[in-house]
Design a protein around this ligand. Structure first.
Ligand code: HEM
Length: 212
């Protein structure tokens, strides 16, 4: 028997022995969330252009979705429900399974600075894909909170009469629009950084697809 071949060829058995890094529910909610967030960003750009909060900032129509204001609003509201219900499932399962506390904590400013400087020097270890580094932990927590702010400020703009408390907490209708725009800018910056980091460590993409 060719023992070398037997040892080197990954079988279904050896593949299933590789540790599971991302459970199936996490992968499904992540990709649904990414899909919904991108649709909201691109259609939001078209809605913004119809009446810009900052007149000197215009989103290039070529990177917007919907074709016109009415079309963009339809995309925006359709993706909104997906983002909200999928987000609730993601957060609920994360907290209930205890994953939220083990994956994103402990987190410390000193650790973030250490890992950030290591990343700049190209010395950040990617040896254990089960653990996020401190910069990743912070970025993921920031984007989760940012998505909550996006949804709440969006609700304050969309249903400002029905949600007066939310509207006032945002500082009124006009300020809610500014909050919504700034939260969208944070999401866009996250996506650019996130996709760049994934491209630099392509193995992480495989774990988010296959789970192992
Ligand atoms: C558009 C909005 C997106 C958002 C808001 C987002 C958010 C997140 C969050 C919060 C996590 C951590 C998940 C957890 O462990 O609970 C994560 C992980 C990950 N995301 Fe995204 N993501 C987005 C788009 C993408 C895209 C387009 C890609 C592919 C290019 C991608 C690839 C990944 C990978 C590979 C991981 C795991 C990283 C690792 O294991 O080191 N994401 N994302």
């Amino acid at each position: 028997m060719d023992t070398t071949k037997a040892t080197l060829t990954p079988t279904r058995e050896t593949a299933s022995r590789r540790p599971r890094i991302h459970p199936l529910w996490l992968r499904i909610t992540h990709w649904l969330n990414a899909f919904a967030a991108l649709i909201m960003m691109f259609s939001g750009g078209r809605i913004y252009d119809a009446s810009p909060v900052f007149p000197n900032i215009v989103i290039p129509p070529s990177i917007t979705l919907g074709g016109w204001l009415g079309g963009a609003l339809q995309w925006h509201f359709a993706a909104f429900w997906l983002l909200v219900f999928n987000g609730i499932v993601y957060v609920a399962l994360n907290v209930a399974s205890g994953r939220f506390f083990t994956k994103f904590f402990p987190l410390s400013p000193r650790g973030v600075l250490r890992d950030f400087l290591a990343a700049l020097r190209g010395k950040l270890s990617h040896a254990d894909p089960r653990q996020y580094n401190m910069v990743q932990k912070l970025a993921y927590l920031v984007v989760i909170i940012d998505l909550v702010v996006l949804v709440l400020s969006g609700l304050a703009i969309w249903k400002s009469v029905q949600f007066p408390l939310l509207r006032e907490l945002m500082g009124g209708y006009d300020r809610a629009r500014v909050v919504h725009f700034c939260a969208m800018a944070v999401l866009a910056a996250f996506v650019v950084l996130h996709v760049t980091m994934v491209a630099l460590v392509p193995r992480s993409l495989l774990t988010m697809l296959s789970g192992r």
